[in-house]
Design a protein around this ligand. Sequence first.
Ligand SMILES: [Cu+2]
Length: 77
Amino acid sequence: MNGDQKMEDQKITLTVDNMSCGHCSGMVQKTLAAINGISDISVDLEAKKASFSIQEEALVDQAIDAVTKAGYPAALK
Ligand SMILES: [Cu+2]
């Protein structure tokens, strides 16, 4: 045992409210990118969605919290 457990990344999609322009989607992207363990971020302004991969389950709540606090209420789709 070496404790180096590798988990497969999980793909997550959130609905994100309040995005009205490229600046908003950029902020959401930046907010998600600042969280360790989140990767493959793609923000869709038109569809009001953000998709990304997470390395652990707890990161979903962290992502929702961070994006919501940034001014864009997010929820698990
Ligand atoms: Cu905007």
